[in-house]
Write a new protein. Structure first.
Length: 401
């Protein structure tokens, strides 16, 4: 899923990932440690998967005169390489929080799929450089640290790929490496700075698993900044990953003032109500409702109710008085409670579908596809709209590709 379009976020704890100089697994770990995640908690999570096989070395280092936390993973035991199935078995059998375990399985499977696509391998998958203990430590440690933050939302900026070439076990490859390119399909990227690899496959797989959307820094109150340092000190371009922890800002019940305008009609033909509704909506109304209601003298009429910004009240009152036929109306101040919400674009075999989702106070995301997109594809393909809706939600939930 790609291209998250904020539609009025309010409240909620957010982690924003700023990969202005790319991202790798060790940079991610360093940034989260810099943010305040205890190293011991990360070490404990990794030990549950590969006990005694890695050691963590954390130090403050500078990149282009800017400070960052460097987290280096040293392999101290275990086999030199494991197959994808071997890594997955270790994770599935480990005593980890379910979100960490499930997330690690997804990240490893995506790494395996990307490697298979890059090398044209339809059979068994070999992760080569990605099959070591350091990859497993990066993946499990990062997911455990993010889980410990208990954030409501994760968002990332465009990912800097770097440029030039990179030397791998398969030889010299273009940047981004083929596996990285597959992992970042549908994700906003850019290429700036030195001609080196700035984003690794592990970094790409982690960001695309963790981030619920991409875009510039949203309106938020930053409570803490973490900075992770990469292994190289690139000349003229700081090899750092920044992460921001904070609270989303936006309209709330306390500051989102609205006005409700209402009138009753009992002598308007229903065919003329649609143009009136369209005129009100096109003139700034936030919501327009036409509600059947008994009116004076026992006649059945309608109640036209318009929710609007106070700045649009006068214009909408004039439209109702000029175009509805009412001899009067009433209005009063209203307040709204708006949940954090956004539009996520889901790619399907038949085209893209927008999915509207919102975050409940208990931290649960609710979602539903936009009907107009479902209807267009259903009409074009002949599929049943209900079946298409269910398939879109399966892709959104990660149950279907």
């Amino acid at each position: 899923m790609t291209d998250v379009d904020k539609a009025g976020s309010t409240g909620g704890k957010i982690l924003y990932i700023d990969p202005f100089s790319g991202v790798s697994g060790d940079m991610f770990l360093g940034a989260l440690i810099s943010l305040g995640t205890p190293l011991e908690m990360i070490r404990e999570a990794v030990e549950r998967v590969i006990p005694g096989e890695v050691a963590f070395h954390v130090a403050e280092e500078k990149r282009c005169s800017l400070a960052g936390t460097r987290c280096r993973v040293e392999i101290t035991g275990g086999p030199g390489r494991r197959s994808l199935d071997g890594l997955l078995d270790l994770v599935r059998e480990a005593d980890l929080p379910r979100p960490v375990r499930d997330g690690a399985v997804k990240v490893l499977n995506r790494l395996g799929k990307a490697e298979a696509l890059a090398h044209g391998s339809a059979g068994s998958v070999h992760l080569h450089e990605l099959g070591g203990q350091d990859t497993l430590a990066d993946v499990v440690g990062t997911l455990a640290a993010v889980h410990a933050l208990s954030v409501d939302r994760v968002q990332a900026g465009p990912i800097n790929l770097g440029a030039g070439t990179v030397r791998t076990e398969h030889g010299v490859m273009p940047v981004p490496a083929p596996a990285t390119a597959y992992l970042l399909e549908g994700v906003p990227v850019r290429s700036m700075g030195p001609e080196v690899e700035l984003t690794t496959p592990t970094g790409a797989a982690l960001v695309t698993e963790i981030a619920g959307g991409y875009g510039p820094v949203p309106p938020m109150t930053i409570t803490k900044v973490g900075t992770g340092a990469g292994g190289r000190d690139n000349e003229g371009y700081p090899n750092l990953l920044r992460v921001f922890l904070g609270r989303l800002k936006g309209p709330s019940a306390a500051d989102d003032r609205s006005v409700m305008i209402e009138c009753g009609l009992d002598d308007v033909s229903p065919e003329y109500l649609a143009p009136l509704t369209e005129l009100l909506q096109g003139s700034g109304a936030l919501e327009v409702h036409v509600i059947p209601a008994p009116t004076k003298k026992g006649r059945l009429g309608v109640l036209v109710r318009v929710l609007a910004s106070p700045d649009d009240r006068e214009r909408l009152v004039r439209i109702l008085l000029d175009h509805s036929g009412t001899a009067g109306l009433r209005y009063w101040d209203a307040q709204r409670v708006i949940l954090p919400r956004e539009i996520v674009t889901v790619s399907t075999p038949h085209g893209e579908v927008r999915v509207k989702r919102w975050l409940t106070p208990s931290g649960v995301w609710r979602a539903k596809p936009e009907y107009e997109d479902v209807r267009e594809i259903a009409q074009r393909t002949g599929m049943a709209a209900g079946e298409l809706r269910d398939r879109v939600m399966a892709i959104y939930d990660g149950e279907e590709e």
